[in-house]
Design a protein around this ligand. Sequence first.
Ligand code: 9MR
Length: 561
Amino acid sequence: VQSSYGQQVKVDQVGYLPDAPKMGVVVVAEPATGFQVVSLGEREVVYSGTLSEPVDDESSGDTVQQADFSELRDTGRFVLEVDGVGQSYPFRISSDVYHGALVDTLRSYTLQRANFVIDDPLTGLYHGEAHMQDAEAEMYFSDDFHQEGETLDMLGGWYDAGDFGKYTTPGAISVAQLLLAYEWAPEAFTQGQMLFPEEVAEAAGDTDLPDLLVETQWKLDWLLKMQRPDGAAYHKVSGAEWPSMETTPEEDDQTRYVYGMSTYGTGILGGVMAMAARLYEPYDPDYAEQLLAAAKDAFEYLEANPEPYFREDEDQNSGSGPYDKHEDAEERFWVAAELFKTTGDARYERYLDEHLPDYFSEHPEAISWLDALALGHWAYLTADEPDPDRYEEVNQALMDSADAILEQVDRDGYNTALTPDQYTWASAKNAVALGNLLLMANAVSPDAAYEDAALDQIHYVLGRNATSYSYLSGSGVQQVQNVHHRTWHATGVYIPGLLVGGPNDHPGGDPLQKELIEGGDVPPAKAYLDELPSYSTNEYAIDYTAPLVFALAYFDRFERD
Ligand code: 9MR
């Protein structure tokens, strides 16, 4: 895929919105001056401009100049040409420029369904019912409710990533961001938009639900199964060994176990249930009631068990990921705040006041399974009657975080939200999620600079970056090709809509990536390999794509007033 195009002159390879800033990044050896935007086909110069002064970008080690063509509002297909340097990959300008990527990312969840026949005419992906042994997943340990070896029905849900594990925390945090996307822009989510494969449409029946809520219900139903009768959440369902990359889902017939339990996961599970209760209510009040009861059970468990707890099972990381977190304050904050928003019951606000008073003013970080505080803050800010002083604290904390992110974007040669030390596991997800924090700040205190910088993070993952890769499969010219994904690799079918982890200079045990990092001077933003074995940079996961769904839905057909 690599070509001389697009390596020095970088653009969002999907494109730009007529109503938003448009900027390309030029990597230079010697300072350059002029640039043109040229229409494809007619090859007319539709815009000419002057590059910004060169800057040394710390994360990439590149000397870069920016080409700002925001004034160009014509729709169409273009390339960016820079005198004496070269030309970019083609890109579009159009108000629906991100729509295809939005649909791809949404569909990717359906294609990740476990225990379900996938027969998708759009991608050609096929696999039969697999991991049906989840109907009898074995308890790995005993607790007050089940004996070790007892079997539980754990059918349903999505596979986590390129592996076949099903994990409570990334699952619930993904659903939460999809539901938030829906709550923010319900008009972006319609029936029929996800072009469901026939089996999915049939199973959904004659519901009034928009497709997105059909799909999130598939995961929510599984999450409900992960909850114990006392409200606590089991951690994951997986086999004890990693299957080889050549294994199709059907071939992985090893016993599946229910592992672990955690208070942080109980908080996340409760938070998403409280949020979902509100959103399913207009369509299905009975289901909403069930979701709300699950949220309350999770909360009550946490209220009765104030100490953080994360259960480590021997053997539990030999065939699945750890997703370990040994603190839980952020997740407690979220479930209480989300219940406060959904029910209006002052009891939940009291809990925050009494047990987590410092967390109102704690600076929120990018939403992830490791930290759900931003979701808690957002719920509190949008609850009906928050305490005015507490509201101010939360508001200030969000503004402080947003302004720090904005500073980084301004400093960065590529307008990326990641600081040089943030190119770690799942950096692409974190860039987008940092952008989403800016959208939250903008919703509270509107400022176009927040929106623009959030959009910059979409540009970053879609190719305007130091490697020139679009980290989203199926989008852009230089798309990722060798995603670490078993079903993809074993079937040979390219699956669109998957966001990979991206650059990571802390590769842990990933041998290929370690070799790259130890081999020499690799700048953080270039610590990336589009190679199948590079699981620390080139795996996809449901929680990587989720913040991108939120951002793409926000900017789909975006217009500036
Ligand atoms: O996304 C996870 C990342 O934040 C962690 O640092 C990393 C190591 O624990 O694990 C990542 O998650 C993987 C999970 O453990 C197993 N399924 C695939 C996930 C994506 O690589």
